[in-house]
Design a protein around this ligand. Structure first.
Ligand code: NAD
Length: 378
């Protein structure tokens, strides 16, 4: 591998990176723990046919860092982590591979908590659970909090309403056009919420069966994956993979706002400036996709009593409030919404770091609440 992993870790401020190889099952996984300052590093596991180990490493490092910011911006007592498994989930995902991944997670002793991400399902998490207790997003039947993508989709829906209010003075999505890139777990449920609220939908998915299903169920207009970014719409909702917006794609956008679940949508920080120059309102991805980790945290806090759905729904309603705060801050300071979100999250991390330093100064070990009963801040 040409990359110097330590240099990459230093640049991003990562605490730990674990490479895991299991010859019997063919598992090749990387787990990155970005920060445990606010709590255990929570983040899903993504299974994807990466072209190289370096591509997988860069992805997991960026995704783990984004999780730290996501939890901090949402005021949750969680840190940031992520895992990737190299391989095509449709071809090489087996029980033995998932169990080997479970053992890798277990080896970190709770510093990293896993969950489902792209290429993974609740059923997969049930298998991972056979090897580790540090797994979330398992089924409600087995005492877990279920698929987090349902609440993720709700948070995105609220964020879209917030964008509508910001742009048009009215939060309703009725007769507004929303283009969804990727109708997988989150995108499909988002489409359902929007269709129920009488929005007009344009969808695309590289998986033609998923695209056809969404088109049929929600009377959506289906376009090819390479067309979705250029369709005329009020809101573009990226719900597939990251690096969607860059110097090539931004000039061709024909949307008024961007609000979607995909992590790391901006290829570089300069892309936030490019969007602002084009007067496209950007709802920062990690601020509005926090529904999933809220769902997981509430499940963890439930302990034996189990998952409290009403509480999770209540907490998800804070997402649009945080987004409003970001919009206000950006406007007041003349900065991009991406930068406003970063500053908000950074302030929370700095506060926690100062607290840890104070406790260390007093000769006490810093308290990092890691139990299921940890309270949600705010
Ligand atoms: P998923 O794998 O269920 O769905 C992704 C969909 O995007 C798939 O249907 C896939 O075929 C499609 N796709 C991939 N590349 C595409 C392209 N170029 N054009 C169009 N479609 C494409 O994943 P998901 O759980 O729905 O997550 C979607 C995104 O949201 C990911 O970036 C994930 O990290 C992020 N996210 C998910 C959650 C969650 O709760 N699941 C929470 C926060 C963020």
């Amino acid at each position: 591998m040409a990359t110097d992993v330590f240099k990459d870790m230093q640049r991003g401020g990562h605490e730990q990176v674990v490479f895991w190889e299991d010859a019997d099952s063919g598992l090749r996984a990387i787990i990155a723990v970005h920060s445990t300052l606010l709590g255990p590093g929570l983040g899903g596991v993504r299974m994807w046919p990466y072209a190289s180990t370096d591509e997988a490493l860069q992805d997991v490092l960026r995704l783990a860092e984004a999780m730290t910011y996501k939890a901090a911006a949402a005021g949750l007592p969680l840190g940031g982590g992520k895992a990737v498994i190299i391989g095509d989930p449709r071809r090489v995902k087996t029980e033995s591979l998932l169990r080997a991944f479970g053992r890798a997670v277990e080896s970190l002793g709770g510093r990293y908590l896993t969950a489902e991400d792209v290429g993974m399902t609740v059923a997969d998490m049930e298998i991972v659970r056979k090897e580790t207790k540090h797994v979330t997003g398992t089924s409600e039947k087995s005492g877990g909090s279920g698929d987090p993508s349902c609440l993720t989709a709700k948070g995105i829906f609220y964020a879209i309403e917030t964008c509508m209010k910001e742009l048009y003075g009215d939060p309703s999505v009725r007769n507004r056009t929303v283009a969804i890139q990727g109708v997988g777990k989150v995108g499909y449920q988002l489409a359902e919420l929007l269709a129920t609220a009488d929005a007009r939908l344009i969808i695309a998915d590289t998986d033609s069966q998923r695209a056809m299903l969404a088109r049929r169920e929600f009377e959506a207009w289906r376009v090819e994956p390479d067309e979705i970014l250029q369709v005329e719409c009020d809101v573009l909702a990226p719900c597939a993979l990251g690096d969607v917006f860059n110097r090539k794609t931004i000039p061709r956008l024909r949307c008024r706002a961007i609000a979607g679940a995909a992590n790391n949508q901006l290829a570089t920080p300069a892309d936030a400036e490019r969007l602002a120059e084009r007067r496209i309102l950007y709802a920062p991805d990690y601020v509005i996709s926090a529904g999933g980790i809220i769902n997981i945290l509430v499940g963890m806090q439930g302990g034996r009593k189990g998952y409290d759905r009403a509480k999770a729904e209540r907490l998800a309603k804070r997402i649009p409030l945080t987004l409003l705060e970001v919009f206000r801050k950006a406007r007041a300071q003349g900065i991009t919404t991406a930068r406003a979100a970063d500053e908000l999250a950074q302030a929370r991390l700095d506060e926690a770091r100062a607290q840890v330093a104070k406790e260390r100064g007093r000769g006490r070990a810093p308290v990092r609440k890691r139990t299921a009963r940890t309270k949600v801040r705010r």
